[in-house]
Design a protein around this ligand. Structure first.
Ligand code: BGC
Length: 732
């Protein structure tokens, strides 16, 4: 038997055997990835020896895999898909909140579970690889893809991404019907493009790359994440896919990436057509290989040109061999050469949309909700409310609720909202169901829609609000207002939504706003005028139940923001980990020392903020040592008391500040957190460990060091100074 087919041999031996049998054409073909659904790309399987397809499910996928089996060496295909908040492109599958939504849970176990559920459904479906998680840093809400991030903090992103990767991949290998390859993307600093312009240019110093944008990737690669995807944009003039420094020096050499790197969509073509760093597509292929890209997504010309470049002696075949070895090893590890190649309809039917999967998704929906304001109206008092008026089109809009990378999104090519419709509980459905159990009537008047300038039922909504004991207004954004190719310069409410809010407010009935949006919008009016505000970032299919549970007090809200809200788009960036050097008059006549003359300095809502129905108080911040020697970890503890009537979860946050350093460092940086469940009236002691290296910075020589000196250790309920207890330690 051929060694590569012999299951008793190691994967390494089988891979080496296969590689030496392959022609140059077969090898370069393994580096090719094409979308199956257009350009007759299915026909290229044999003529280009294609190694991978994306955007391909069902019969198409089965046909391709069977045809691949019949090729000379029978090398299986690897299929990739954007299953980034559940396996959303299959109508039978479970849909979770987006990454931004679920990040507000700060719940590691839940995020890992979301990955595990997604992996089980994707794999049962015959797909092996998801282009997730997204490790972009969400610092500019104008950017169309903020919903895909875990928020604005690089440290938290690394922690959450690591959980998700573990959920997708597990720890026991991929020859397993429940596990898939993860892909950390978009490598790196993709969210940093100027002005929130998607895939544009980013000006990021090496020091900032090493300080903020690479650490989350480094963490997941060192934990075993199988693949990375290179970003679209150029950094300091160098497109990510042309960067040897990013791909080879950092990922492959410094962090020892064991898997492979895929480009983003036609990154290699763009080197010539858009970014113009390659004179022609052949030059682009040369740059792609030398920089260290292994798999080339959607650039068909790469095939022909790379073969020519090797034949002409311009490209050394050993570079091709290295990429192909990485890709083949992934296929061996997935068991694709063995019994894990073809799934079965029974396996699919058993895994997709399993009951426990939906329970996990419903829990994720609940935990993603963030209560940002409550002037005593929530939870509703039994008997006090007989009629609720619900307004706002987002209260009954599946696409707005599920968000991007689900069936409504452009990549799925489905423009209607019938997908996942049956399994989605909108706010209208959830609220009606819950209210009717109490004998409460819910009247729904659309009022306004984020996309429709002409929908103006504000008068009808105000009239209905006058008849009610509570108005719930569901406003926000929807697809077409975010996602790829949908950046915004203005983050105000669209359509007649602002007019709607003002009209129902004027009715005088207590007003609870549900902000159902993909990302922070500029809503100072809501903060000022609503009696309660629940933030729901694309909260998943079952969110209507969870929001209703919050209103009725069945669920004590527990989420906290992982991203700051600006007052106005002109205030961006407003992320919490900023610097202290902004000129200030220090004038007592200017309360709050506002630095903008026309707007507050602080964001509208801050990173880490969110409340439940019980307030928590913090006391007794203690540290194990006041002086740390190099290399010593610090133990930190604090007592947290539940001062209210509701049992609930608190997210205790630990921040540091290097008081004086050789180069500037942010005023505070998150370095730890713990979720704790505290019963009404109870006090618990929360222990956190601060590993020594968490005090480090990148110095002028681009080395990571902990500099001696004083550090503030801050623990509390949010990133706001008033919410933090502080003590000072010294590092020798
Ligand atoms: C996106 C990626 C995605 C890829 C494949 C690109 O346009 O930037 O995030 O994985 O398409 O769908």
């Amino acid at each position: 038997m051929d060694v590569y087919k012999d299951q008793s041999q190691s994967y390494e031996k089988r891979c080496a055997d296969l590689l030496q049998r392959m022609t140059l054409e077969e090898k370069v073909g393994q580096m090719m990835q094409l979308p199956a659904n257009f350009d007759n790309n299915m026909d290229k399987l044999e003529s280009m020896n294609i190694g991978s397809y994306l955007h391909c499910t069902g019969d198409m996928m089965r046909e391709l895999q069977t045809r691949a089996e019949k090729t000379r060496l029978g090398i299986p295909l690897i299929f990739g898909i954007d299953a980034i908040h559940g396996h959303c492109f299959d109508n039978r599958a479970t849909v979770f909140p987006t990454q931004l939504g679920v990040s507000c849970s700060w719940n590691r176990d839940l995020i890992r579970e979301m990955g595990a559920v997604t992996a089980r459904e994707v794999r049962a479906n015959g797909i092996h690889w998801t282009f997730s998680p997204v490790l972009c840093v969400g610092r500019d809400a104008r950017w169309g893809r903020v919903d895909e991030t875990f928020g604005e903090d690089p440290w938290l992103i690394g922690e959450m991404a690591a959980e998700m990767v573990e959920g997708y991949q597990g720890k026991e290998g991929f020859a397993n019907w429940e596990k898939i390859l993860a892909c950390g993307k978009h490598y790196a600093a993709y969210g940093e493009a100027d002005g929130g312009r998607d895939a544009y240019e980013a000006d990021v110093s090496r020091r900032n790359m090493l300080t903020y944008f690479l650490p989350p990737f480094e963490k997941i690669v060192k934990d075993g994440c199988a693949t990375l995807m290179a970003g679209y944009q150029a950094i300091n003039g160098e497109p990510c896919s042309a960067s040897r420094w990013l791909l080879r020096d950092q990922a492959k050499e410094s962090w020892d990436l064991d898997g492979f790197i895929v480009t983003d969509w036609d990154n290699i073509g763009s080197l010539h057509t858009k970014q113009k760093v390659a004179e022609d597509l052949k030059e682009a292929a040369y740059i792609a290989v030398t920089a260290g890209n292994d798999m080339i997504m959607t650039t068909p010309s790469f095939y022909k040109h790379t073969i020519e470049l090797v034949k002409e002696g311009r490209l050394d075949e050993s570079m091709i061999n290295d990429s192909v070895r990485r890709i083949l090893m992934a296929k061996f590890r997935l068991g694709l050469f063995d019994e894990y190649r073809h799934t079965s309809p029974e396996r699919e039917a058993a895994a997709l949309g399993r009951e426990d999967h939906w329970e996990a998704a419903a829990q994720a929906s609940r935990e993603s909700l963030v209560l940002l304001k409550n002037e005593g109206i929530l939870p509703l008092k039994p008997g006090a409310v007989k009629t609720i008026t619900l307004v706002g089109a987002n209260a009954d809009d599946v696409v707005a609720q599920l968000g991007d990378w689900s069936f409504g999104s452009m990549q799925a090519g489905a423009s209607d909202d019938s997908f996942h419709r049956d399994v989605t509980v909108t706010l209208l459905a959830g609220l009606k169901e819950r209210a009717e159990r109490e004998g409460i009537t819910v009247n729904f008047v659309k009022g306004a829609d984020p996309l429709d300038e002409n929908l103006d039922e504000c008068d009808q909504a105000a009239a209905a609000a006058r008849e009610a004991d509570l108005t719930v207004a569901c406003v926000g954004d929807t697809l077409k207002l975010h996602g790829e190719f949908h950046d915004r310069a203005n983050l105000d409410l669209t359509g007649k939504q602002q007019k709607l809010l003002e009209a129902v407010k004027a009715a005088g009935t207590p007003l609870c706003v549900v902000l159902l949006a993909s990302k922070p919008l500029t809503v100072p009016w809501i903060k000022e005028n609503a009696d309660a505000l629940v933030c729901a970032f694309n909260p998943g299919a079952k969110a209507g139940e969870g929001i209703a549970e919050v209103l009725f007090g069945d669920l004590n809200p527990m989420g906290k923001l992982t991203i700051s809200f600006p007052h106005h788009a002109g205030q961006i960036p407003v992320h919490y980990n900023r610097f202290s050097g902004w000129h200030s008059m220090n004038d007592p006549a200017m309360p709050g020392e506002e630095r903008y003359i026309d707007m507050p300095e602080e964001p509208l809502f801050v990173f880490g903020e969110g409340m439940g129905f019980s307030p928590f108080s913090y006391a007794d911040l203690k540290v194990s040592k006041s002086v740390l020697q190099q290399g010593e970890d610090l133990e930190v503890s604090v007592s947290v008391k539940n001062e209210g009537d509701y049992d609930g979860w608190e997210i205790v946050q630990l921040y540091i500040n290097d008081q004086f350093s050789s180069l500037t460092t942010p005023v505070k940086e998150l370095r730890g957190f713990k979720r704790v469940y505290i019963r009404s009236g109870e006090t618990v002691t929360v222990d956190l460990t601060l590993p020594f290296e968490e005090l480090s910075l990148i110095n002028a020589d681009l080395q990571r060091v902990v500099e001696p000196g004083r550090f503030d250790i801050m623990v509390g309920a949010s990133s706001r100074d008033e919410d933090l207890l502080k003590t000072v330690i010294r590092v020798e």
